[in-house]
Design a protein around this ligand. Structure first.
Ligand code: NAP
Ligand code: MG
Length: 396
């Protein structure tokens, strides 16, 4: 008998190699075991084009409605992709659109396996990244400055008062960018980080560059620290500490620390450092990601992209060995959360078994190419993309 998942799970399909892995995961690890109503949204780049991107917006609204979603990696089109897929335009990043609709914070956590040692020798425990997923350069307005001229920031209040500030007097061509954030979003971000740090009992390192940006970064820090103070009792009770580092100091400290903390980061820093931390722990294929909205809606995904290079090999008929672990953990993470919200213990148990089967498969020496080159296992066997998923299914 299959395990029943009581509430529909929102599924967002994606592109390239991860789309192929996605289908393998469903066929081998989900459908045979679960009776689940998947609300399916096809975010394939051609379908986003066909629907004028309304499919992306609808998928985010469905996550809002049902509470939990699981997403495959997707192409963010640039001019090359517009040509490759004959798109009508370079649609915005689906993740950007979804994050803007759900607001919230992206948490990234590496999957640690006993025979896959981190590249950074001092790292002993997982390092979590809490990335503020709203605003800054991801929601900016930018201009090419083609010739000499003056650029100003202009703020018009609701009552019509104008405040101006010079950005730069150009005496030759250049470019300019304006971006924003909101106090409410930063408050939510701080609270999501504090809540997760308390539940995982790990310290919070918040970083910015407030020595240089006294207003933008300075206000960000002030709001974050106000939220910490408001919840100081809870934080102390959990034995968690809050520390502020300048971002460059945080990066330097990170390399000599044993891990086991959460880096709470502004949007761009979180984007960049999560890839660094993922590679440092072994492979991009071992980093999970969850978007948590302030009203407790969850979207799970792998942190990596669509693995384009492997997909082109696949299209040429070559055998690929792409790591599906982070994508499998997106499913297990979403299912665990669904079970928790529905109070269905068997669904949570299934999610735990799925993760344990993945870890055990690698510990027994069966893994994809990216892990074979870094494992401490004495006699690892390289499996192709499909063989790995099937090996996990066997154990499961
Ligand atoms: P990528 O998919 O993250 O892959 C970059 C490289 O990292 C791969 O070529 C591969 O290296 C390695 N890698 C990543 N994931 C792997 C896995 N699961 N197993 C084994 N190796 C893995 O980045 P990309 O190829 O530069 O980007 C492709 C597309 O993904 C872009 O169109 C981008 O817009 C999109 N993207 C989407 C998301 C998302 O939806 N969340 C995030 C980032 C990027 P080797 O080739 O050396 O084996
Ligand atoms: Mg990124």
């Amino acid at each position: 008998m299959k395990i029943k998942v009581n509430t529909p799970l929102v599924e967002l399909d994606g592109d390239e190699m991860t789309r192929i892995i996605w289908q393998m995961i469903k066929d081998n690890l989900i459908y045979p075991f679960l009776d689940v109503d998947l609300k399916y949204f096809d975010l394939h780049v051609s379908n986003r084009d066909k629907t004028h991107d309304s499919v992306t917006i609808d998928s985010a609204l469905a996550i809002r409605e049902f509470g939990v979603g699981v997403k495959c990696a997707t192409i963010t089109p640039d001019t090359e992709r517009v040509k490759e897929y004959s798109l009508t335009k370079a649609w915005p990043s689906p993740n950007g659109t979804i994050r803007t609709i759900l607001d919230g914070t992206v948490f990234r956590k590496p999957i640690t396996i006993s025979n896959i040692p981190p590249a950074v020798r001092s790292w002993k425990k997982p390092i979590l990244i809490g990335r503020h997923a709203y605003g800054d350069i991801y929601k900016c307005s930018e201009l090419v400055v083609p010739e000499a001229g003056k650029v100003e920031l202009v703020y018009t209040t609701e009552s019509g008062k104008e405040v101006r500030k010079l950005v730069h007097e150009f005496d030759s061509p250049g470019m300019v960018m304006g971006y924003h954030n909101s106090s409410a979003s930063i408050k939510h971000f701080a609270n999501s980080c504090i809540t997760l740090a308390i539940s995982e009992k790990i310290d919070i390192w918040f970083s910015a560059k407030d020595t240089i940006s006294k207003i933008y970064h300075g206000t960000f820090r002030k709001i974050f620290e106000e939220q910490v103070q408001l919840r100081q009792k809870e934080i102390d009770k959990a034995g968690v500490t809050y520390k502020y580092f300048l971002i460059d100091d945080a990066v330097a400290q990170l390399m000599k620390h044993e891990g086991g903390m959460m880096l709470a980061l502004m949007n761009y820093d979180g984007d960049v450092l999560s890839d660094l931390v993922a590679s440092g722990f072994g492979s991009l294929g071992l980093m999970t990601s969850v978007l948590v909205s302030p009203d407790n809606k969850y979207e799970y995904e792998a942190a990596h992209g669509t693995v384009k290079r492997h997909y082109y090999q696949h299209l040429k008929g070559e055998v690929t060995s792409t790591n599906s672990i982070a994508s499998i953990f997106a499913w297990s993470g979403a299912l665990y959360k669904r079970g928790e919200l529905d109070n269905t213990e068997e669904v949570c148990k299934f999610a735990e078994h799925l993760e344990a089967s993945v870890i055990k498969t690698v510990e027994q020496g069966y893994m994809t190419k990216d892990l074979v080159s870094i494992t401490t296992h004495s006699n690892p066997k390289t499996l192709n993309t499909e063989e790995f998923v099937k090996k996990v299914a066997e154990l499961l």
